[in-house]
Design a protein around this ligand. Structure first.
Ligand code: HEM
Length: 419
C-alpha cells in the first residue's frame, strides 16, 4: 500500500501504469481517509487496478470528480459513443440476464437516459417524498417494536435493511406477502462483485427477473397502486418503455434504492457511536439538527464510494492527465468528499458543517434519483432509533466486519444493546 509520503505530487501527469492502492479490503473500508489522502497526493486523475474491472482511471479531487460527472459528453456509458461495444464495466462473457439489466437509465446516455428518467422523476420529487415522512417514521417505530426486547438485535439486518426495503416495495407496489423473498433475492444479487460473486448471484437474479415479469403481466391485466403499474401504463410523449426496459427499471430502483440506504443508516450509527460528543450535540436537539447532521454523516461515511464506470469518448487531457478514447474512468466520490481543498478537516465528523457541497449522490445527469427519499429514510431511522434508545451501544465495535465489495462502504451486521 502506498502512503502519501511515497508519492510526490505528479508534475508530468503522464501516469499510465496502475498504482497499487487497495480500495477493496476491509482495512480501507474501516478507515478510508489515509488511502484517499495518498491517492489525491498522486494526482487528480490516477490509474488503479480493480480486481474485477481491471485498470481504470479514477478522479480523486473534488474538482476533478465534479468535472467528470458533469461532463456527460466526454464521459459516456454506452460503448458505441466511445468506439467500444457494450457498456463500460460489462464484458462479453457476462450472462444474458446481466446484459438485460444494462437497459437501465444509469447505463444509458442521452437521449435514452432522459426518456427513461422522465418516467420516474415525478415519483421521487422532494414534495412527494416529504409527504411520506410520517409513514416512514411509523414504519421505523414498528420495526423497533419487533426488536426492542432482544438481547442482541442486529440493526443491520433487522432495521436498516428492512426499512428501505419496505419503502421501495411499497413504492413499486410489490404485494406484502412477497416482500420477504424479494428482499432475500435482492440481498443475494447485491453481493455481485467479481466473477464468483456474479455466478452466485445468477440464480436469485433470474428469479427476480421472472418475478418482475409476472408482476408486470398482472399489472397489465389488473392495474393497481404503485410504480410498476404506473410504468406499465406510462406514456411519455407517445413513447412507451419496452418490457426489457421496464424490468431493468424496476430492478435498478430496487438495487439502487435499498442496499445504499441500508449502508448510510448503519454507517451513520457507527459514526455517531464513535463520536460521542457529536452524538450528544445531535441528540440535544434532533428536530433542529437532524437534516444538516445527515448531510455530514453522508459525506463523512460516503456509502457509495465510486460511480459506475464510464468510457472516455475522445482523446483528451483532463485535469492535466492525458486520456485515450475508450479508456475506462470512475468518479471516486469518497475521495472528493475527503478533499481538504473543499472541506475544512475532512476526516473530522462535524455535524454543524455548512455549506456541505458533498458528492454523496453524485451530480450531472445521473445524479441520484432517490436522493430525497434516502435523506428522509435516514433522518427518520436515526430519529426514531435514538429517541427510544439514546444510550444504545454497539457490541464489540472493533470486530465489525466491513464488506470487501468494490465501491460500497458497509458492514455485514451491526449487533447492539438497545438502551
Ligand atoms: C444513501 C442512499 C443512496 C446513495 C448514497 C445513492 C447514491 C447514488 C449515486 C452516487 C448515484 C450515481 C451513480 C453513477 O453515476 O454511477 C446514484 C444514482 C441513482 N440512484 Fe441513488 N443513492 C441512494 C439511494 C437511492 C434511492 C433510495 C433510490 C431510489 C429508490 C436511488 C435511485 C437511483 C437511481 C435510479 C440512479 C440512477 C440515476 C440516473 O442514471 O439518472 N438511489 N445514486
Amino acid at each position: 500500500m502506498l502512503s502519501a509520503m511515497d508519492l510526490a505530487p505528479q508534475t508530468d501527469f503522464s501516469l499510465r501504469k496502475p498504482l497499487k492502492f487497495n480500495v477493496e479490503n476491509a482495512a480501507f473500508k474501516r478507515d478510508p481517509f489515509p488511502t484517499l489522502g495518498a491517492m489525491r497526493a498522486a494526482g487528480p486523475v490516477i490509474p488503479i487496478k480493480f480486481s474485477f474491472v481491471g485498470k481504470v482511471w479514477v478522479t480523486t479531487t473534488h474538482a476533478a470528480t465534479l468535472g467528470m460527472v458533469k461532463d456527460n459528453e466526454l464521459f459516456v456509458q454506452e460503448g458505441r459513443n466511445a468506439g467500444k461495444a457494450g457498456v463500460a464495466g460489462m464484458t462479453w462473457w457476462m450472462p444474458k440476464s446481466i446484459k438485460l439489466l444494462a437497459n437501465n437509465m444509469l447505463l444509458k446516455d442521452e437521449p435514452d437516459h432522459r426518456r427513461l428518467r422522465k418516467l420516474v422523476d415525478r415519483a421521487f420529487q422532494r414534495r412527494g417524498v416529504m409527504d411520506m415522512r410520517a409513514d416512514i417514521e411509523a414504519l421505523a417505530d414498528k420495526l423497533l417494536d419487533e426488536i426492542q426486547h432482544e438481547a442482541r438485535p442486529d440493526l443491520a439486518n433487522d432495521y436498516s435493511r428492512r426499512l428501505p426495503l419496505e419503502v421501495i416495495c411499497e413504492l413499486l407496489g410489490i404485494p406484502d406477502q412477497d416482500r420477504k423473498i424479494f428482499g432475500e433475492w435482492s440481498r443475494m444479487t447485491a453481493s455481485i462483485s467479481g466473477p464468483f460473486g456474479l455466478l452466485r448471484a445468477m440464480k436469485p437474479l433470474s428469479k427476480m427477473i421472472a418475478y418482475v415479469r409476472v408482476q408486470i403481466n398482472e399489472c397489465r391485466l389488473h392495474p393497481r397502486d404503485g410504480l410498476i403499474s404506473e410504468l406499465v401504463c406510462a406514456e411519455d410523449e407517445g413513447e412507451k418503455l419496452d418490457e426489457n426496459e421496464l424490468v431493468a427499471m424496476v430492478l435498478l430502483l430496487l438495487v439502487a434504492g435499498f442496499e445504499t440506504t441500508t449502508h448510510l443508516i448503519n454507517d451513520s450509527i457507527i459514526a455517531l457511536e464513535q463520536n460521542p460528543a457529536q452524538k450528544a450535540f445531535l441528540l440535544a436537539d434532533p428536530a433542529a439538527r437532524m437534516e444538516r447532521s445527515v448531510e455530514e454523516l453522508a459525506r463523512f461515511t460516503t456509502p457509495v464510494q465510486l460511480t459506475k464506470p464510464r468510457y472516455v469518448a475522445r482523446d483528451c487531457t483532463f485535469f492535466g492527465q492525458p486520456l485515450k478514447r475508450g479508456d475506462i474512468i470512475m468518479a471516486f466520490l469518497a475521495s472528493a468528499n475527503a478533499d481538504p481543498a473543499e472541506f475544512n478537516k475532512p476526516d473530522t465528523l462535524d455535524l454543524e458543517r455548512f455549506p456541505n457541497p458533498h458528492l454523496v449522490f453524485s451530480s450531472g445527469i445521473h445524479f441520484c434519483l432517490g436522493m430525497q427519499l434516502a435523506r428522509v429514510e435516514t433522518q427518520s431511522a436515526l430519529k426514531q432509533l435514538y429517541e427510544r434508545f439514546p444510550n444504545l451501544e454497539i457490541i464489540e465495535p472493533d470486530r465489525l466486519v466491513w464488506m470487501e465489495r468494490l465501491g460500497f462502504r458497509g458492514v455485514t451486521s451491526l449487533p447492539v444493546r438497545l438502551r
